[in-house]
Design a protein around this ligand. Structure first.
Ligand code: ATP
Length: 423
């Protein structure tokens, strides 16, 4: 008789270092070395990008072990808790690890708790209540906020999924510049895109993090085979301590919910919403671009922030009356951060010109309320009507997205939506 044991872990890192995926990898390698069986790939589940206490990408981890006896469970629990206690950044105020053990089936309530944690804000009490109800064991270090993510990672279904291979640095290299061979990253992208994606971005290596965490690089793709092949092509000038493939909800748009109308949307949630552009987008300080989306129910300020770089050149071409479907989340200041959008219908845009004179020359204004005068033949026109000329739009209907360097972990790139057949 074999028993399953789900393990969820979250909130172990700080801005100064560590990463829950790394702790999970260390735990899994040691468990494997001791002969334990891990079923399938560990899950890396990204949660609400607007959760207040996240360190960076709001990721939580889970995996499933196959156990031979009840006694093993006890040993494993102790081993995992000791490892988390040893490796987590416990000295950091904001680090409040949580570990959850669960040996039952995944219930509908657990699945909907996961969705809620991805799309909404939940409390430690909510997580504890559910854990008590289903008979999951929770372990809290300090405030133990991590039990929220740990439980959500266990219960998260993956109807759509991607894979990420994370390669880790040795301890002594953490915090120093990463020595990735750029040419090999480009070669890897040439040989594996679109089965892997978001590898490079206009000369920038998108697989490389820019934080002191132990990750050397992360390669995202459609299958374990694709990310492994890509990993075999990438070269680096430093030792890779270990690497691991995770199954993940990254790049699935799981964080987005459809809003029937603008007034239904709330802060700290992410939506797919349709509306009309109120007026031409306006630049604001910092290089950001702002526009208002409206429908019969209300208005929503939307932003293409400076880090979205060339995406702003697209947004700049929007005009009043354009009908859009916008994908993005409403953050701290109540502004919707646009991840991508589809132009459903372009508005007609006109320029107005003074009337033409009978002699073929365009007339000029004769002064305020004085009509028009021809600069060539001198003819005057008291009540001439301005001519309305349609301007050729410089943008087409269809989808537009932010570049890989500005993409949210959960945001589905267009290459996944179209090149691989809608998943
Ligand atoms: P990294 O991804 O780099 O490992 P992180 O960004 O995942 O770090 P954490 O250290 O895991 O950040 O902190 C996030 C904290 O917020 C965790 O304690 C998690 O349980 C909690 N949390 C996650 N999602 C929600 C949510 N929707 N509502 C409330 N709390 C949440």
């Amino acid at each position: 008789m074999y028993d399953k044991l789900y393990v969820g872990i979250d909130d172990t890192d700080s801005n100064e270092g560590m990463c829950t995926t790394y702790i999970t990898s260390v735990i899994l390698d040691e468990l494997k070395d001791c002969g334990y069986t891990i079923e399938g790939y560990p899950h890396l589940i990204r949660l609400n990008p607007f959760a207040r206490f996240k360190t960076r990408g709001n990721g939580a981890l889970s995996f499933r072990l196959i156990l031979k006896s009840e006694k093993e469970k006890e040993k494993i629990r102790k081993f995992i808790l000791d490892k988390v206690g040893e490796l987590a950044e416990l000295q950091c105020d904001k680090t409040n690890p949580g570990v959850v053990f669960y040996d039952g089936e995944i219930t509908d309530e657990m699945k909907s708790f996961s969705i809620r944690t991805i799309r909404d804000i939940v409390s430690i009490e909510d997580a504890q209540k559910l854990a008590d109800k289903i008979g999951a064991e929770t372990f809290k270090f300090k405030k133990g906020r991590g039990i929220i993510g740990a439980l959500a990672a266990i219960g998260c279904e993956l109807p759509d999924r991607t894979y990420e291979l994370l390669a880790y640095r040795t301890g002594e290299n953490c915090g120093t510049d990463r020595l990735l061979d750029e040419g090999s990253v480009r070669k890897m992208n040439d040989e594996t895109y679109p089965e892997t994606f978001d590898n490079v971005d206009d000369g920038y290596m998108a697989i490389e993090p820019h934080t002191p965490c132990p990750v050397l690089y992360g390669i995202r793709g459609e299958s374990p085979e694709a990310v492994r092949k890509a990993h075999s092509i990438v070269k680096s000038g430093e030792t890779i301590e270990r690497f691991r493939v995770f199954k993940t909800n990254q790049h699935t748009d799981m964080h987005l919910q459809r809003a029937a109308k603008i007034s239904d949307m709330e802060q700290f949630k992410c939506y797919i919403v349709e509306g009309e552009v109120k007026e031409k987008p306006q630049p604001i300080e910092g290089g950001h671009l702002i526009f208002i989306l409206m429908d019969d129910s209300g208005e929503q300020e939307c932003a293409a922030y400076e880090p979205t770089k060339g995406f702003r050149d697209i947004v700049r071409q929007l005009a009043a009356g354009d009908k859009l479907r916008v994908y993005g989340g409403i953050g701290e200041k109540g502004t919707l951060n646009v991840e991508k959008f589809k132009i459903l219908e372009l508005a007609k845009v006109y320029k107005t010109l003074n009337p033409m004179c009978e002699c073929g020359k365009r007339m000029k204004s004769a002064g305020k309320d004085k009509g028009y005068k021809c600069p060539k033949c001198g003819r005057k026109l008291r009540n001439g009507l301005k001519e309305k000329i349609e301007i050729q739009r410089t943008i087409k209907e269809g989808f537009y997205e932010v570049p890989p360097s500005a993409r949210r972990h959960l945001s589905k790139p267009l290459v996944r939506m179209f090149n691989n057949g809608l998943k």
